[in-house]
Ligand binder design. Structure first.
Ligand SMILES: Nc1ncnc2c1ncn2[C@@H]1O[C@H](COP(=O)(O)OP(=O)(O)OP(=O)(O)O)[C@@H](O)[C@H]1O
Ligand SMILES: [Mg+2]
Length: 323
C-alpha cells in the first residue's frame, strides 16, 4: 500500500495533503501581502560591546525564500535568534504577523512576548540550526518524531504518519530506522530539515544549511528548500555563504554588513549592486571594505619581541589584557 493510501485510511486526509499537511484552515487572501516578519530599527549587542545589529529594518515576505548573507560574524545567526525570541533586542521591534487563520489579531513584537506567547510563536517556526546536530542516540525516525512528541499530544499512529510524510518529503523515508552514525552528513542535514518542518511551521529558518556539503548534495539541498517552501506554502529564511546556490533559490537577498542592511533586493539587483561593500561580497573578493580580521590589538603585542607590548600598547579594539 502506498504511503498516501495509508494516510487516507488512518486519518482521512486527502492524498494531495501528503506534502502540504497544514494544521491551519485555508488562508484568507487579504493578509497574504503583509510581511510575516517585520523588523524595525533593531539594535542588538551581546553585553556592553558595540552593537552587532545597529538600526536594522527589513521585512520577510510571506511565501518567499529570503536569503540573509554577509561576512562571518556579521550578525546573521543573531538575527535569526532575535526572530525566534532566543534573545531580545535593546532597541526596535521584531513584529511577527498573526497566523493567517487569525486575521483579527495584530502583529506582535517577539521581543515583548511573555513565555506563553513565545512558546506559541515558536510553534509557528522551524529552525535548522547552524551547528544543530541530530540526537545521536535516537534513530532517524525518532529524531523527526521528537518535536511532535515534545510539543503535541498526537497519538503515536498519527506521529508515525507525519514523520514518514516529512521523511518522504526530504527523500529519506527509507532511512527511518538508521542511526545518525549510519548516515552521511548530507543525509543528516535532510533529516534535520524533516525535523524542522515536523510541526508544520509557517516560517522555516535555515542557518547555513549547505555547510560541508559536496556540490551535488548542495544543489539537492537548495532545490529541496525551494520545493518545500512552495509545496508546503512556507516562508523561508536562508542564511548562507554559498552565493551561487543561494542566489538561485532566493526570491530576495539581504546583505548585512557592519550591523546594517547593505543590500536588499532580488538576486539580480544585489548581484549588480554598485555598492563597493556588496560588490566585494557577491564577487567574493578577499580585499575591500569587509576585513578578514576580527578587531584585535596590534600584532606586535602578541608576536613582537619583549618590550614591544608596551610600545604597541594594549588598548586595541578588543580591549583588556593580551592573552
Ligand atoms: N552568545 C554570544 N555571546 C557573545 N557574543 C556573541 C554570542 N554569539 C555571537 N556573538 C558575537 O556576535 C557577533 C555576530 O555573531 P553571529 O553568530 O550572529 O554571526 P554570523 O553572521 O552568524 O557569523 P557566521 O557567518 O560566522 O556564522 C560575533 O562577533 C560573535 O562573536
Ligand atoms: Mg552564523
Amino acid at each position: 500500500m502506498a504511503l498516501g493510501d495509508s494516510l487516507i485510511i488512518k486519518s482521512g486526509w486527502h492524498r494531495s495533503s501528503l506534502f502540504c499537511l497544514r494544521l491551519h484552515p485555508s488562508p484568507p487572501p487579504l493578509t497574504l501581502n503583509a510581511p510575516l516578519v517585520d523588523i524595525r530599527g533593531l539594535t542588538f549587542g551581546y553585553g556592553k560591546g558595540r552593537p552587532i545589529l545597529d538600526g536594522v529594518t527589513l521585512s520577510i515576505a510571506r511565501g518567499q525564500v529570503t536569503a540573509i548573507m554577509g561576512a562571518s560574524g556579521g550578525g546573521k545567526t543573531t538575527l535569526l535568534r532575535l526572530i525566534g525570541g532566543q534573545v531580545r533586542a535593546q532597541v526596535g521591534e521584531v513584529r511577527l504577523a498573526a497566523p493567517l487563520n487569525r486575521p483579527d489579531r495584530e502583529p506582535e513584537d517577539v521581543g515583548r512576548m511573555d513565555l506563553t506567547q513565545l512558546y506559541e510563536a515558536r510553534r509557528r517556526m522551524g529552525m535548522l540550526f547552524q551547528f544543530g546536530a541530530l540526537f545521536t542516540d535516537l534513530s532517524v525516525f525518532d529524531n523527526v518524531a521528537f518535536p511532535l512528541r515534545e510539543h503535541t499530544n498526537l497519538p503515536e499512529s498519527l506521529v508515525r504518519d507525519i514523520v514518514l510524510m516529512k521523511l518522504h518529503a526530504v527523500g529519506l523515508r527509507g532511512a527511518r530506522d538508521l542511526m545518525p552514525s549510519e548516515i552521511s552528513g548530507g543525509m543528516a542535514r535532510r533529516v534535520a530539515l524533516a525535523r524542522a518542518i515536523a510541526l508544520d511551521p509557517e516560517l522555516v529558518m535555515y542557518d547555513e544549511p549547505f555547510a560541508g556539503l559536496d556540490p551535488i548534495s548542495l544543489g539537492t539541498a537548495a532545490r529541496l528548500i525551494r520545493r518545500l517552501n512552495d509545496t508546503m506554502g512556507l516562508t523561508s529564511i536562508v542564511v548562507s555563504h554559498d552565493l551561487d546556490e543561494t542566489f538561485q533559490i532566493a526570491d530576495r537577498v539581504i546583505v548585512l554588513a557592519h550591523g546594517k542592511v547593505a543590500a536588499d533586493g532580488t538576486p539580480d539587483e544585489v548581484r549588480h549592486s554598485s555598492d563597493e561593500l556588496v560588490s566585494q561580497f557577491v564577487s567574493a573578493r578577499p580585499d575591500g571594505p569587509v576585513k578578514f580580521h576580527y578587531p584585535a590589538t596590534d600584532v606586535a603585542v602578541d608576536f613582537g619581541p619583549p618590550g614591544a607590548q608596551s610600545a604597541a600598547g594594549t588598548s586595541g579594539a578588543t580591549g583588556g589584557a593580551p592573552r
